[in-house]
Write a protein that binds this ligand. Structure first.
Ligand code: RAM
Length: 355
């Protein structure tokens, strides 16, 4: 174990002892969600530690969305004089992520920033990493809260599901068959958004005339997403809209639609990056889609990981920390820190964005 490693493991304990001696308190000490169950005490006045080793492990590499998050995280980590690594599999599968977690843990990485391909399958590797002193912060796609310290959520999950349906309903005049082209079948984030859409479709009278006829998975692979789009259109001749809550899926579906007889006939909306979707807004294939800023998401994940590794927060509800120029954030229930609302992109504003 490196000297820095020993120091890092010792510092929060010292901080806790000092705080206890000064009568300091932390809100939510008894909270068992997120990482707060460790019983560690936060010192909100501690400085961010310099020299941290931070690794970002996305669902898969070669996805512009995660490249933006990586750029954001790297700028924060290098600003704190730490070392940053972006590493992960080329396929969005949980089994592929396990070996990366194990390697990072063996390397005594201080902080892992993880977008998970499965809520449970990574837990034993993550437990080992945490047992060895690594702070685990999920971002974008969570694991079971007991398996990580904190989760940096892009947007409140229910808000994403509702925004997806609102855009869909607007684009099909409130009635018709819709289908979802998702990422992988086990993706925590997409499954949560789809569940909200299903609940809203059942309970919200505004959507009484909209029917969800299919959910298919492009696995966040361009070619598979492209052929799944083709399959949906063939299987459902009366389809009014495809909703793709993945930046990989919506870009592939837009490419298929733009060169097909369905362009302008079948609506396409979902979550995409402006740079990948600009040409499809311009050629009329897509009217409107949404996303948050993935660079800011990476920045917030890095600030959160650094704050936890520095003992400023533990993951208990109510703790606060300052994420550089992003401002002050508060840890919510279950160790969740939320970035903010999504932005909708359309012909009027898409040229204002470059990511
Ligand atoms: C893809 C990934 C990611 C998701 C975005 C919207 O890039 O599936 O997890 O948050 O789409």
């Amino acid at each position: 174990m490196s000297r820095k490693r020993i120091l890092r493991l010792t510092t929060p304990l010292l901080a806790a002892a000092l705080l206890a001696a000064c009568g300091g308190t932390t809100q939510g000490d008894e909270d068992e969600g997120g990482g707060a169950g460790t019983g560690a005490t936060a010192d909100p006045d501690a400085d961010f530690q310099t020299g941290l080793s931070v690794a970002m492990l996305p669902k898969s590499v070669n996805n512009p969305y995660f490249e933006s998050s990586s750029a954001g995280a790297e700028s924060v980590v290098t600003g704190l004089e730490g070392t940053f690594e972006y590493t992960g599999p080329s396929d969005a599968s949980a089994s592929s992520q396990v070996s990366y977690i194990d390697t990072l843990s063996q390397q005594a990485t201080d902080v892992i920033l993880l977008s998970a391909n499965d809520p449970n399958a990574l837990c034993s590797s993550l437990e080992q990493a945490r047992g060895a002193g690594t702070v685990v912060v999920t971002f974008d796609s969570d694991v079971d809260p007991g398996c990580r310290d904190l989760f940096v959520s892009q947007v409140d999950g229910a808000e994403v599901g509702r925004a997806l349906l609102e855009m869909t309903a607007e684009q099909i005049g409130g009635s018709g068959q819709i289908a979802v082209l998702s990422a992988t079948a086990n993706a925590t984030n997409q499954n949560a958004w789809i569940a909200v859409m299903e609940e809203e479709l059942e309970s919200n009278p505004d959507y009484a005339d909209i029917e969800l006829v299919d959910v298919v998975y492009g696995d966040d692979e361009d070619e598979k997403s492209f052929s799944e789009t083709q399959g949906l259109l063939q299987a459902h001749p009366d389809l009014s809209a495809i909703v793709s809550p993945t930046t990989v899926g919506i870009a592939a579906a837009a490419r298929y639609l733009s060169g097909s007889q369905y362009q302008g006939e079948v609506a396409l909306t979902g979550l995409g990056t402006p740079n990948q979707m600009r040409e499809y807004i311009e050629d009329g294939t897509v009217t409107e889609f949404a996303l948050w800023d993935p660079t800011a998401l990476g920045e917030l994940a890095a600030w959160t990981g650094a704050a936890a590794a520095s003992g400023i927060i533990t993951g208990a509800e109510g703790e606060t920390f300052t994420a550089g120029e992003l401002g002050e954030y508060t840890v919510g229930a279950d160790g969740v820190v939320t970035l903010g609302p999504p932005t909708r992109f359309n012909a009027d504003n898409i040229d204002d964005y470059d990511f």
